[in-house]
Design a protein around this ligand. Sequence first.
Ligand code: HEM
Length: 435
Amino acid sequence: MYEKCYKSLEPLFTVISEDGLTKTTLSTAVPQTIYCFFFGEVFLYLISNALFCSTGDKWRSRRKMITPTFHFTILADFLEVMNKQANILVDNLEKHVDKEPFDCFLDIALCALDIICETAMGKNVGAQNNRDSEYVRAIYKMSDLIHHRQKSPWLWSNLMYPMFQEGREQTRNLKILHSFTDNVIAEKAREVENDTQQKDDFDDNCEQSVPKRRRAFLDMLLSTTDDEGNKLSYMDIREEVDTFMFEGHDTTAAAMNWAIYLLGCHPEAQNKVHRELDEVFGNCDRPVTMDDLKKLRYLECVVKEALRLFPSVPFFARTTSEDCHIRGFKIPKATEVIVIPYVLHREPEIFPDPEEFRPERFFPENSKGRHPYAYVPFSAGPRNCIGQRFAQMEEKAVLAIILRRFWVETSQEREGLGLVGELILRPNKGIWIQL
Ligand code: HEM
């Protein structure tokens, strides 16, 4: 089913059925940017030319340069960070055991922030134990400003925005964020140079090997080159790192919170997760390994089902690059198409009783033959989420560590969540659980 509506003089289509996606947007060979203020331009101040906001050849070249950064072996190194930060989280949550219900949203979000800072920049900002640091406050202030601006048409003009108090606050916070990232990049560039120097020295001595340092996304961005051998400039690198910080933190934080909420509402599903965790870990509190993650199949289905019901990115947009037809409608070139996973994922013919939380839907035998675009929490096609594997790994690792330590309960009704579908789908009233 499609809804046709008009935004000023520009045609705009809403896609809420999976087969509409095949011909139009996600599989298009010429991915176009989100060119609608509502979706993309609010980010332009922060990450003006980064992968997320770029188009055409620029996007293609950037995507090619950045894709190897998310290689399996590199992700495997990040598991150490995920274990460390999730252990800090569970230590912080310990004080709530057998006490009154509490809102866990920020605790989980700060853990996600620590994970992305350390994996993207190689910098431990310690947000979980110092939520009042200038950098952490600036990150959250920017998120608030972006969400507020998105809902306030009078703030949309780039020319006028700096004249409002919000615009001035944005400038102040951006300065904090950019100068932090600039310093980290400069520090990291010096480390890389020292490592190269040390390696040369060690090679000359031929006796010892250089001690191995865990690489961050930033290390790889500093050395990656395009087809002509050009490196990314400092500014390019800063934009990509800032994108990872925003795209890779709010999204996973929301997803983990939703999964915890749903398990708290469904003790029978949580029991299955606990049984699986017992089988894999027994009584041992060793760190989670890549092998363990492969074995946690039921938990994986929980993560998928939570993203079906509460996709962190509830809608996204594309601009069609050529004329096309969907179910008899002509969609002209340059139409803005809005894809709404929140609605797509509730198609009863594909997901019977769509409001029910049933991780078993994602068992291989139950997913066989399902339309590939019926479930798109990470979008699909060439412009899909580059951080998908990272996100799934983080979610499983952190949830496994939480659930190995605690049994989660909640009495919060879905109606009491205060669901807000801004750039990220979040519970306005928090996620209230008991441990
Ligand atoms: C549960 C977690 C996540 C979800 C649900 C998610 C979802 C998405 C979606 C739907 C898109 C397409 C958006 C659009 O086209 O408007 C996207 C793009 C993107 N995501 Fe994610 N994401 C997640 C985590 C991450 C992480 C952890 C990172 C980085 C570390 C990341 C980096 C990106 C980037 C760079 C893009 C732009 C890709 C491009 O335009 O080529 N995401 N994500």
